[in-house]
Design a protein around this ligand. Structure first.
Ligand SMILES: [Zn+2]
Length: 256
């Protein structure tokens, strides 16, 4: 609703500036300012999942009853996932894995292993394409449904949770999710591990200002994640943080 209002206001401003340009000899720059302003606003709104602007998502739960934080891993399953599962086992931690359909097809046994070891899995689309922000709602829906179908065939589960690739949620994603009915799980601790080289920096970004009920985002498709996770779990223990599985943090169901 607010988005529609913003869109209408920008359209009115755009038409007015074009009319003034032709009829009243106004300069051309107001037209560009309005256009760029609109593009910038949409970019900010669709790439900041925590704003809950287009879709309400689960990011953290500061009111959680225990001194616990939650772990989540995106972009698997891969061969790296197995070591991560071993580390989680050693620390008796349960996490959420948002898996890419294409990777589940490639590593069905690793995918089943995630579930067998007591973690939950969620939908992270079929292809995780870089064009995510430019897809039609129909294509996004197909991406989500294809991943769902692979999970059903591989593990017999109906996924309830979705995490958008790159955290992009725009009006098209919103429409697709209205049709598929998935709940969206975001995060509130994103260390940008995929684009940051230094493990120390990644751990610092997670642990500085870490509070109970926080949800951490990592990726199980990189060799550096295992040592980072090992260190992180030691720090969590030193700070008396337990880990809680994300579905339990928000009291929601991972499957239908
Ligand atoms: Zn991803």
């Amino acid at each position: 609703m607010i988005y529609k209002l913003i869109k209408i206001l920008f359209i009115i401003a755009g038409i007015t500036s074009i009319a003034f340009y032709f009829l009243n000899d106004w300069p051309v720059w107001p037209i560009f300012v309005i256009l760029l302003g609109y593009i910038a606003l949409i970019l900010v709104l669709s790439t900041n999942i925590q704003l809950n602007f287009f879709v309400k998502a689960y990011h953290n739960n500061p009111g959680f009853s225990e001194n616990a934080v939650a772990l989540s891993f995106d972009d698997g399953p891969t061969e790296e996932t197995l070591e991560i599962l071993d580390i989680l086992d050693r620390h008796q931690a349960k996490a959420a894995f948002f898996c890419i359909g294409r990777n589940i097809e490639k590593y069905p046994e690793i995918f089943k292993e995630i579930i067998d070891r007591g973690h939950i899995v969620g939908n992270h689309t079929f292809s995780h394409t870089r064009k995510m922000g430019f897809l039609s709602s129909k294509t996004i829906q197909a991406e989500i449904e294809k991943c769902d179908e692979i999970v059903r065939q591989t593990a017999g589960l109906n996924l309830n949770l979705f995490r958008p690739p790159f955290g992009i949620i725009n009006p098209k994603t919103k429409r697709a999710l209205e049709n598929t009915g998935h709940k969206v799980m975001g995060w509130n601790k994103r260390p940008y591990d995929a684009i940051t080289k230094s493990p120390e920096k990644i751990i610092h970004r997670i642990t500085r200002d870490l509070k109970k009920g926080d949800l951490i985002l990592l990726h199980d498709n990189m060799p550096k994640t295992a040592p980072i996770l090992e260190q992180l779990l030691v720090i969590l223990k030193q700070r008396n943080f337990r880990t809680v599985r994300p579905d339990k943090l928000f009291d929601i169901h991972a499957y239908n």
